[in-house]
Design a protein around this ligand. Sequence first.
Ligand code: HEM
Ligand SMILES: *[C@@H]1O[C@H](CO)[C@@H](O)[C@H](O)[C@H]1NC(C)=O
Ligand SMILES: *[C@@H]1O[C@H](CO)[C@@H](O)[C@H](O)[C@H]1NC(C)=O
Length: 331
Amino acid sequence: MNKSVLVVVTVGLVLLLNMDACYGQLKIGFYKEKCDYEDVESIVNKVVNESFASDHSIVAALLRMQFHDCFVTGCDASLLLDGDSSEKKAIANLNVRGFELIDKAKTALEQACPGIVSCSDIIIMATRDAVALSGGSTARYEVKTGRRDGLTSEQANFDLPGPQISVSNTIELFVSKGLSDTDMIVLLGSHTVGIAHCNFFQNRLWNFGGTGSADPSMDPALVETLKSQCPESANNEGVVVNLDQNPSSSNVVDNSFYQQIRSNRGILEIDQKLALDPSTTDAVATMANDGDTFLKLFGKSMVKMGGIGVLTGTDGQIRLKCSSANWSNFE
Ligand code: HEM
Ligand SMILES: *[C@@H]1O[C@H](CO)[C@@H](O)[C@H](O)[C@H]1NC(C)=O
Ligand SMILES: *[C@@H]1O[C@H](CO)[C@@H](O)[C@H](O)[C@H]1NC(C)=O
């Protein structure tokens, strides 16, 4: 091989390796030095801090937002798009909240460095920050960034399960997204924060499966409490209860959800089944007994979920607005 060929090959190889490092895959600190002298992650962090100070429930809002974004056409912020038939309008997404926080972060980032930071990365970074604020330093995990935003948004309710899904179907769904059964068990632990509307669990209180009585797997004391919160003949629209029935940690990312479901105090049917199903009951016991292990696994699984179907390189776009934009607004 003569000298010039060697140079060409070497330059080509270096370019190739470099391209691989800059595009095409997510990495930790993707935005370092991409936003003048501003630190992208701390701009997001500041917005999350401010929101959290006035409302601890944003951690639940963001966790659910990341789940619903990532499970439908990947983590591409398609959930944020407005439009008559957009994902946001899907029945499963009607109570998703936290959009204002994402918009606020996006506005701050556009001021610092226009057109650089994707809405999909904002969801991932903000969720990470809220989890760390809520769950403490053990709950903090590093996230990879470099996602780009999707150009389409459609309703896909089949990707978002209802509360009566079985454990085996849930595992199947998670495996279809490249996640493991352990990821499923750990990520369902997100129900350690946030709320559920009566209509998602009322069927368990009175005439469960046509039996004329309550779901026998629910603690009878909890049945009574929930019956008074969600009266049978009332319009319970807008009435909510905590998914984690431990009142001292209903907005804290911790392992108390697993302790509750082991005491038959799960709110959603799937939550209770997780504790009872032979395929998941041992893992639930492990999580219930070891909060640090849960938090460590939780971070890992959140990162894994954040990698589902991401757009990188030249795919997708860096949307200029997260929510009120639509998919006609190209870069
Ligand atoms: C089989 C899987 C799952 C089912 C069937 C399910 C179902 C539900 C339902 C019915 C609600 C109540 C919504 C409402 O009344 O507004 C809810 C809330 C919630 N879910 Fe899930 N979920 C699942 C998995 C997950 C995962 C994997 C995460 C996150 C990683 C998650 C995070 C949340 C959070 C944080 C809330 C509370 C939202 C709030 O307070 O606004 N869920 N889920
Ligand atoms: C957000 O709050 C955390 C915890 O109080 C703090 O460590 C961090 O520096 C704050 N971030 C910003 C950007 O102010
Ligand atoms: C989407 O944006 C385009 C261009 O900005 C606009 O003409 C169109 O009406 C918008 N569509 C919807 C559904 O908002």
